[in-house]
Design a protein around this ligand. Structure first.
Ligand SMILES: [Zn+2]
Length: 244
């Protein structure tokens, strides 16, 4: 596994700060574009957790607290590489365009209701999780909004997370705010703000649209600059304000 040169970079920044009074540490310096796009290995912690160290520790604290209240926080998905997201995207693109005979741009619009364009998933960062309650018996897909509503198997989980997740710095990303655009409501997707906020800041400082136009996965040839700008505005930036 390739290790991040985190210590080297931060200490270099520390020296710069010591030598030049008044200079502030620019956090985006810590995150490379390959890291932000899930194209490199990062150090992940915890079997079945797979998060960056601080996010992992915070998750364990939250899990312990939930456990004592009768909720078994169970991660369904956390870190996902660019390659993994590419497989998901291409599979859906092929299904929609070939089996369902949809136009490419319509197919892409349908994909991005719930799935991200490879390179833009918050799951690339090692800070975000899809999480449910492991206790209730359920049938079929678990990541379905109705299951988190009253009468659903994850009703208690949702209530507990509403009251407690922010204590551990985990915030819902895709809220049910009707004015929010981009990805649909995902009551299962939480993000560890102390790391994901500076990562988003670093990410938005890059020319994401231009980078995506250079990608060669199946379907990417249909991305126009207009489409990508909307996608970035709606799907990447129109999220819970606590994470901006
Ligand atoms: Zn997710």
């Amino acid at each position: 596994m390739q290790r991040r040169s985190f210590i080297k970079k931060t200490s270099a920044a520390g020296i710069a700060m010591a030598l030049v009074p008044g200079i502030t540490l620019n956090q985006e310096m810590e995150y490379s574009i390959v890291e932000l796009m899930g194209k490199t290995n990062i150090e992940l912690y915890g079997e079945g957790i797979n998060l960056r160290k601080k996010a992992h520790d915070a998750f364990l604290s939250m899990k312990r607290a939930a456990y004592s209240d009768g909720i078994d926080l169970k991660i369904v998905s956390s870190f996902r590489s660019f390659q993994r997201q590419e497989i998901i995207f291409e599979r859906k693109f092929i299904t929609y365009t070939e089996d369902d005979e949809m136009e490419p741009l319509a197919a892409i619009d349908k994909i991005i209701e719930y799935s991200t364009i490879p390179g833009t998933s918050r799951h690339h960062w090692g800070t975000d999780i899809d999480v449910i309650d492991g206790y209730p018996k359920t049938n079929g897909d678990v990541l379905v909004p109705e299951k988190f509503e009253s009468g659903g198997p994850f009703e208690n989980f949702k209530k507990w997370m509403d009251e407690n997740s922010v204590i551990y710095d985990f915030h819902l990303v895709y809220t049910d705010n009707p004015k929010r655009r981009g990805f649909k409501y995902e009551p299962w997707h939480y993000s560890y703000a102390p790391i994901s906020k500076p990562m988003l800041e670093a990410f938005r400082s890059k020319n994401i649209a231009q980078l995506l136009q250079l990608e060669e996965f199946y379907g990417a040839e249909h991305f126009t600059i207009g489409f990508l700008k909307n996608y970035i505005q709606n799907n990447i930036l129109d999220i819970n304000r606590n994470l901006l």
